[in-house]
Design a protein around this ligand. Structure first.
Ligand SMILES: Nc1nc2c(ncn2[C@@H]2O[C@H](COP(=O)(O)OP(=O)(O)OP(=O)(O)O)[C@@H](O)[C@H]2O)c(=O)[nH]1
Ligand SMILES: [Mg+2]
Length: 404
């Protein structure tokens, strides 16, 4: 995989009214014909993703969206999809036409602010006229940066790139293991290679973890679960950390000495992409599950389902065995995350390596707003197998919370 995966690219969305030049701007920024530009309002109907190397920032993904002011039945469906797009944006580029400022623009800016988004206002079609003084004071009062451009005359496009880079500068990507590892440490990574493993490569959380261990000047030893016992015996020192695939937790926990901190890729992802604290609170809801309760299993990648699939088979099996209750499961893939969460007793989310942090945090916020407990695959597996405390080895503060 030479391409930076989407889950770790900052996501920049162009949003606004129809026909303001959102698609023309994506084309101007990328220098490519990514989206269709036309004078007909409502040309873009579905969000269009374009991965791009934006200097000086690097790998990003631009999302061209359908105009949010769309009306009518079909328009309503489109707008809904575009509103879903807002959730995964790290930066919302609000495109406004020079000279046009109505309730729509004001309300959209307020909505984006309420969602805690980074915002950049772009006054487009500068070749026709300048932004009005009302528009100038609008962005000034809202303390939102703005730039003036012309997408078709290619004016101000470089400045727009710089403004985007500046707006995203503070975006931190939390570490998977970098902060848990010191130079010279030995980290053992247990990586099952089963039918679900992609052909010829490792999955993203594994590849990212190896890279972070190497960046930390530490040593990574990668083994399958079967070779773990032998490998540990051959070492002349104990590893300072063992990270396993959650599905091999029990076997790995048996092979690794108690004194060695142990955790899973999925728990590391939960920490980097979401809030481990929130997921840990959510685990408690497993103990309260009763017959008839509905559980949402959310899997962010839309991979092919195999026989012993984790989302459709294993998680439901673990939860059913542990709770002894007859539960109802609803498994959703990819971007498909239900609008109405209130009917669920519990949400069990995957590690979310294919989602960016903004998207995962927005799902957590929605679960909280609906008053539904949310946890993740790794914590669920560890808890239902009775090794949750052990699985939080590198996080003593969280282990303490379990005891209380
Ligand atoms: N004069 C001028 N026209 C522009 C500029 N940018 C876009 N346009 C024109 O505005 C019209 C709409 O452009 P699009 O890029 O399709 O607009 P959009 O916001 O993507 O529209 P929807 O997909 O319908 O929501 C097209 O006719 C473009 O040629 C600009 O900077 N100056
Ligand atoms: Mg468009």
């Amino acid at each position: 995989m030479n391409q930076t995966p989407k889950g770790v690219r900052p996501c920049i969305g162009l949003v606004g009214r129809r026909n303001v030049g959102k698609s023309a701007l994506v084309n101007a920024l990328t220098g490519q014909e990514v989206s269709i530009v036309s004078p007909v309002p409502g040309t873009t109907t579905d969000p269009v993703d374009k991965s791009f190397e934006l200097p000086p920032l690097g790998a990003v993904v631009f999302v061209d969206t359908a105009g949010l002011d769309d009306e009518g039945a079909l328009g309503g469906a489109r707008t809904k999809r575009s509103e879903q797009v807002l959730q995964r944006l790290d930066l919302a580029v609000l495109v406004v036409e020079c000279g046009v400022l109505a309730a729509f623009e004001r309300e959209l800016l307020t909505l984006l602010k309420q969602q805690g988004k980074r915002i950049l206002v772009v006054f487009n079609k500068r070749d026709q006229r300048a932004p009005t003084s009302e528009q100038q004071s609008w962005v000034l009062q809202a303390s939102v940066p703005s730039v003036e451009v012309s997408a078709t005359a290619l004016q101000g496009i470089e400045q727009l790139g710089t403004a985007i880079a500046l707006a995203l500068k503070s975006l931190e990507t939390p570490a998977l293991v970098a902060d848990l590892v010191r130079p010279g440490d030995l980290v053992v990574l247990v990586v099952p290679v089963d039918v679900e493993a992609p052909k010829g490569r490792l999955i993203l959380p594994q590849a990212q973890t190896i890279r972070e261990v190497l960046d930390a000047e530490a040593v990574a030893l990668v083994v399958k679960e079967r070779e773990l016992g032998t490998a540990l015996k051959q070492l002349n020192r104990l590893p300072s950390l063992v990270v396993t695939d959650s599905q091999a937790f029990l076997k790995v926990a048996a092979d690794v000495p108690e004194s060695v901190p142990l955790t899973s890729f999925s728990i590391l992802m939960a920490r980097a992409k979401g809030e481990l604290d929130t997921f840990l609170t959510g685990v408690n809801a497993i103990d309260r599950l009763q017959t008839g309760d509905k559980v949402l299993v959310a899997e962010a990648c839309s991979h092919k389902v195999h026989g012993e699939d984790i989302g459709t088979v294993k998680i439901p099996r673990f939860l059913t065995q542990y709770s002894g209750a007859k539960l109802r499961f609803d498994v959703r893939y990819g971007q498909d995350f239900p609008e109405d969460l209130a009917s669920y007793k519990l949400i069990v989310h995957c590690g979310a390596c294919m989602l960016n942090r903004a998207a995962m945090l927005s799902r957590l916020a929605r679960a909280e707003a609906a008053g539904v407990a949310i946890t993740n695959y790794g914590l669920t597996i560890a808890h239902t197998q009775g090794i949750l405390k052990r699985a939080l080895g590198p996080f003593p503060a969280l282990q303490q919370r379990l005891l209380r």
